[in-house]
Design a protein around this ligand. Structure first.
Ligand SMILES: Cc1cc2nc3c(=O)[nH]c(=O)nc-3n(C[C@H](O)[C@H](O)[C@H](O)COP(=O)(O)OP(=O)(O)OC[C@H]3O[C@@H](n4cnc5c(N)ncnc54)[C@H](O)[C@@H]3O)c2cc1C
Length: 454
């Protein structure tokens, strides 16, 4: 080992490492994007391994306690996102208390009784119409995601932290990961980065943008927590009766705790999940991550104490749990064959190779959707690599709104399917016929309304 000059560095000695596994498709990260990619790749016949740093799957949607799966429809009777994300819901429906939200038959309803039933369910009634938005039990979601992986025949490696892409002549050929078993390699024909943070992009030699804009939603790190033994109905009645008072109290709460608090109904009336966050921190900087964990926990105690004393419905509540994963909304963004821009999003630009149709979040005017092309998953130059999830190729404005859980599932399903098709055909990912990809996606249950897939 030798030491360098300031800033101090050391040189690690080179060493041989064990090849743990060889597959067609290697997916790193088991959140909405990576999980969908792995399941889709395996179902399309690829030998697939999924490497996840924690002991469960789901990423933000389970470990991050981001349990709201919103906007799978745009307010019309049509559903814009289905596929594997819809399969989560179908499977959770069979588990008592697995999720809460309107049924598919209620999509687009303007029936006053239906609107009344869902008016307090976040992001569900938009512009007087029902959207497909649901809240999950995160523990049951972890179980369902395990089932999907097992049934698809994906080899799963939990507690495994992907650290480095293995690159040979401009193509990614595998991944090095660390675990309690030491440092090992996995080799594959296609590597999919589903880490959300684009952790493999630097070592893969892929271009990316990691800039943080503190003004944007995507720059906020959070530690989501849940409050138990609440009476959410009582809280909502209070909100309805005296909205001005609630606004005043929210202002005071924000000042007392030093952050914005957003209490949202959980998957039960007595459980509320609270988003609280700090802007301008980076999810790829260990000092920022440490600062977040410590300060938000302090804010949580102050904030919860305030809620208990001031909000009807919270009098006897307690802090049930905090997310095991730091809440990360945005991080490195790939520079891909196409970069989706805020302008594309707002102007509803359609692409020949669209693989995901994304309902706009607010009350729509004109075209209610935005579109993501396959090229936004494919890096410029580097071969053998795709991204699945929030690190898709996009500018910061598009990324701010187009990285919700259902969006990431849709991108992941497309990435995994594309990887399997390219392996089967023995071709480069960028040469894949997008028409075949779109047809395959639709055949397996994804929907691409408004896109000509013939
Ligand atoms: C506070 C907050 C509120 C939000 N609100 C909503 C909301 O209401 N609804 C909504 O739909 N979206 C919401 N989002 C956004 C949404 O949760 C994310 O954009 C989405 O989960 C991204 O999915 P992903 O698969 O790309 O990444 P992630 O969900 O982050 O999953 C990445 C996975 O990769 C794993 N991983 C990471 N690095 C490595 C590595 N090096 N090796 C191995 N594994 C690794 C992680 O453990 C994780 O399982 C919110 C986000 C936050 C933080």
């Amino acid at each position: 080992m030798s030491t360098g000059s300031s800033p101090r560095t050391i040189t690690e000695p080179s060493r041989e490492i064990n090849v743990y596994h060889e597959a067609d498709v290697v997916v790193v990260g088991g959140g909405p994007g990576g999980h969908s990619a792995a399941v889709a790749a395996a179902r399309n016949g690829a030998r697939t391994i999924l490497i996840e740093r924690y002991g469960h799957l789901g990423g933000m949607a389970s470990g991050g306690l981001v349990i709201l799966i919103p906007h799978m429809s745009d307010g019309s009777k049509e559903q814009q996102i289905a596929g594997l994300c819809q399969e989560w819901q179908d499977r959770l429906e069979k588990i008592p208390g697995g999720y809460v939200g309107p049924g598919r038959e209620e999509i687009g309803s303007t029936d006053p009784r239906v609107l009344e039933r869902w008016k307090n369910h976040f992001s569900t009634v938009v512009d007087g119409k029902i959207r497909l938005t649901w809240t999950v039990d995160p523990e049951m979601l972890k179980c369902v995601m395990n089932d999907m992986v097992e049934e698809a025949g994906v080899k799963l490696s939990l507690h495994s932290w992907g650290t480095q892409a293995i690159v040979d002549k401009g193509a990614v050929r595998g991944v090095i990961f660390e675990s309690k078993s030491g440092r090992q390699a996995v080799l594959g024909k296609v590597i999919i980065d589903g880490t959300g943070d684009g952790d493999l992009l630097p070592s893969a030699g892929a271009e990316f943008d990691g800039a943080i804009d503190p003004k944007l939603r995507r720059s906020m790190l959070a530690l989501v927590f849940r409050v138990g033994n609440c009476d959410f109905k009582k809280y909502n009645d209070f909100r309805e009766k005296d909205p001005k008072k609630v606004q005043e109290l929210m202002g005071e709460l924000g000042k007392a705790a030093g952050t914005f608090f957003l209490p949202i109904a959980g998957h039960r009336n007595d459980v509320v999940w609270v988003n609280n966050w700090i802007p301008g921190l980076s999810s790829t900087n260990v000092e920022d991550l440490t600062k977040l964990e410590v300060s938000v926990r302090r804010m949580m105690r102050i904030g919860h104490d305030f809620m208990r004393k001031n909000f009807p419905g919270f009098e006897n509540s307690f802090i049930l749990d905090t997310a095991s994963q730091t809440g990360t909304r945005g991080s490195r963004r790939l520079v891909g064959e196409y970069v989706v821009t805020g302008d594309d999003m707002n102007s509803s630009r359609k692409f020949d190779d669209t693989i995901a149709v994304i309902p706009k979040i607010g009350p729509p005017s004109g075209d209610t959707c935005s579109y993501i092309p396959y090229r936004a998953l494919v890096p410029v130059r580097v071969e053998g690599l795709l991204v699945a999830g929030r690190s898709f190729s996009s500018d910061k404005i598009a990324n701010d709104s187009m990285n919700l859980i259902p969006h990431c599932c849709a991108m992941g399903e497309a990435a995994g399917t594309a990887a399997a098709l390219a392996v089967k055909q023995g071709i480069s990912l960028r040469k894949l016929d997008y028409k075949i990809l779109q047809k395959t996606l639709v055949k397996q249950g994804a929907v691409l309304p408004g896109i000509d897939v013939k």
